[in-house]
Design a protein around this ligand. Structure first.
Ligand code: AMP
Ligand code: MN
Ligand code: MN
Length: 329
């Protein structure tokens, strides 16, 4: 760890230790790392004797993550003000999923995040693009606060680690990730049970929806770009919830020769769409495409939301993928 990052952790720990209250939030449309880091931070800070409240917005959570007991998270701001807001896994301020009043009532904002395009929006930014997941960063922070891991704290942190590393397969899976896994398992996280809950508790409707998306797969740019899409009607007809579309994009990225995979899903908010992007092989930085579309993310996994039509978005993605090197041989 370099000195600057070390100093940032130390400053964050000092502020949290002295805070009259800490409110923890993660990002919109929370994934395993967002929710795992959030719940892990709440339980860990409480173990350090810090008055801590976790918050989320009232939207539906992915079915596979509900067992993390999100009911313990508030969907309204606490009374009063003057708390420290701890934002985990958020690359920008706009990504923070916090009920009205939470941001306004914060005396200070601490960001703990691993996105390389983090905008440093907080008063204290602890940003480590080399960290495989935000959950590992929360673990470091808790370590500095003298918190001993318990099974209840280790479990959500392990969820963040296993989901953001693609079950220890993505390029961010390094020795530190395995060392963190060993520590969390040693502290009581149960890999097989967590695997069952995350990946083998799917609703049949999710597979039906996945089938529909896969059947529409289209390969462009001489095999380098794979795209597919789903409408709101597809989701409604399948009987699945919107989060059931998680995982579609990973299938597209697996196609031999594909460098960029894109999945466009209609969200229904005024005809809006959510675009998920993945890079295979790492030649194309898909976060640059996402930023051009108004979003952001990691070099190999990024996304944005847009009011543009599906055809418009597919043409935009194709042009961006082409100009960013998805077809340069
Ligand atoms: P997803 O395709 O939803 O799994 O998102 C992949 C990654 O892209 C996330 O982990 C975020 O880092 C990033 N991302 C997705 N949507 C957005 C957005 N609207 N704005 C900024 N970053 C996003
Ligand atoms: Mn995330
Ligand atoms: Mn993350």
């Amino acid at each position: 760890m370099n000195d600057l990052l070390d100093a940032a952790y130390e400053a964050a720990a000092a502020v949290l230790r002295a805070a009259p209250r800490v409110v923890v939030a993660a990002h919109t449309d929370p994934d395993g790392d967002a929710l795992g880091s959030l719940v892990g931070a709440v339980l860990g800070l409480r173990a350090a004797g810090i008055d801590t409240v976790g918050v989320r917005v009232a939207a539906e959570l992915p079915r596979e993550l509900r067992w993390l007991d999100p009911d313990q998270l508030a969907t309204t701001a606490p009374a009063g003000d003057g708390w420290v807001l701890l934002a985990v896994d958020c690359g920008s301020e706009a990504r923070i999923a916090a009920p009205a009043g939470v941001r306004e009532g914060a005396a200070l904002v601490v960001g703990v995040d691993h996105h390389h395009d983090n905008t440093c929006f907080a008063d204290i930014d602890v940003v480590d693009p080399g960290a495989a997941c935000a959950a590992m960063m929360v673990r470091h922070l808790l370590d500095r606060l003298g918190v001993a891991l318990t099974p209840a704290i280790a479990t959500p942190l392990y969820v963040g680690l296993v989901t953001d590393t693609g079950r220890f397969q993505y390029s961010n899976t390094d020795a530190r990730a395995f060392a963190a896994a060993a520590e969390l398992v040693d502290a009581g996280a149960r890999p097989q049970e967590i695997f069952r809950r995350l990946y083998e508790s799917v609703a049949a409707a999710k597979l039906v929806l996945l089938g529909r998306a896969l059947a529409r797969t289209e390969v462009r740019l001489g095999g380098r770009l794979a795209v597919t899409w789903l409408t709101l009607a597809d989701v409604t007809e399948s009987g699945a919830d919107a989060s059931a579309t998680d995982g579609v994009i990973e299938q597209l990225r697996a196609i031999d020769g594909v460098e960029v995979a894109a999945f466009v899903r209609e969200t229904g908010n005024g005809g809006g769409h959510k675009v998920s992007l993945r890079s295979a092989g790492g030649r194309v930085d898909v976060s640059a495409i996402a930023r051009a579309g108004g979003g952001g993310g990691h070099a190999r996994a990024a996304g944005f939301t847009s009011d543009r039509s599906r055809d418009d978005l597919l043409a935009f993605i194709e042009a961006e993928a082409l100009s960013r090197g998805a077809c340069t041989d």
